[in-house]
Design a protein around this ligand. Structure first.
Ligand code: PTJ
Length: 257
């Protein structure tokens, strides 16, 4: 039986909702440690709801996006993984692994900015093996976002050509897209502005998506021909249509059972 990181309670591994309860537990723990904001707990609930619609599995269209994400990141001049409170709490080891497989920088970017939280998230990622992390002292602003949400680093997403944004706010995803970057989103809501404005929309749960991208990146290695082929053939509108189709067919099937 694993200890529940949120406190003294334990989550029995044979509980049918074990995985889900452990994710909540990680977020509550992150909230108590000043990593996750209260809004992050609400955002997670919304994500859980969409995950139910997908059947809590990586569906084929998401897998196609995850493979494309790996290809774009491997082909990038400067790939950056943007990490917020929820991402750091849920998947720190996965982020560190993906950064090492793809050579992407890790940058802490927050919707609800505070220097203290950026610092706490950086320390949390370092405890999970991350070395270089851009966090405190942002020195740039995303074009068109003249408030805290625009804060970033010149050596991070500001100059990146490919940016992975898990659980991103729509305004910031759109600002990055307007700046001409390849935006790879991970968002369980296929209707969010983030999913609709990304170059590669991964409609999958974060802790499934991140290791999947790492696996695809490892498989692709330095096979430039394969990488370029995947990039050329990738069609994000087709992927999003396939997600809508999957959800509606799943409901049609359930309705007939
Ligand atoms: O740490 P901060 O200050 O940067 O704030 C982070 C949050 C998540 C609070 C902030 O970015 C925010 O408010 O995001 P939104 O606009 O609520 O969007 C979050 C999106 O992520 C929603 O569409 C959710 O469905 C989705 N989501 C939530 N949990 C997961 C998820 N998608 C994939 N995996 C999840 N675990």
């Amino acid at each position: 039986m694993l200890m529940n990181p949120a406190g003294s309670n334990t989550v029995p591994p044979d509980h049918p909702r074990y995985e889900s309860l452990m994710k909540r537990s990680r977020l509550i723990s992150g909230f108590k440690d000043g990593i996750v904001v209260p809004e992050g707990l609400i955002a997670h609930g919304r994500g859980e709801m969409f995950d139910y619609l997908l059947g809590e599995v990586t569906i084929e269209p998401a897998s196609i996006s995850e493979r494309a994400a790996a290809a774009f990141m491997l082909n990038a001049r400067m790939p950056v993984i943007s990490v917020n409170g929820n991402t750091a709490a849920l998947c720190p080891e996965g982020i560190v692994e993906l950064s090492s497989v793809t050579g992407a920088r890790i940058e802490v970017n927050l919707f609800h900015w505070s220097e203290e939280r950026a610092s706490a998230i950086k320390a949390h990622l370092q405890r999970h093996g991350a070395r270089e992390i851009l966090a405190e002292g942002p020195d740039a602003a995303l074009e068109g976002l003249h408030h805290n949400r625009g804060k970033c680093h010149v050596d991070g997403i500001y100059s990146a050509d490919v940016v992975l944004v898990p659980l991103e706010d729509g305004d910031r995803a759109q600002a990055l897209a307007r700046m001409g970057k390849v935006v790879i989103s991970i968002d369980l809501n296929p209707l969010s502005r983030t999913s609709l404005s990304a170059t590669v929309s991964i409609v999958d749960e974060l802790t499934r998506a991140i290791p999947n991208i790492s696996r695809f990146a490892r498989e692709l290695g330095r096979d430039q021909k394969k990488i370029m082929g995947i990039i050329r053939e990738y069609d994000n509108s087709r992927v999003l249509r396939a997600v809508f189709d999957y959800i509606s067919k799943r409901f049609e099937t359930l309705a007939r059972e």
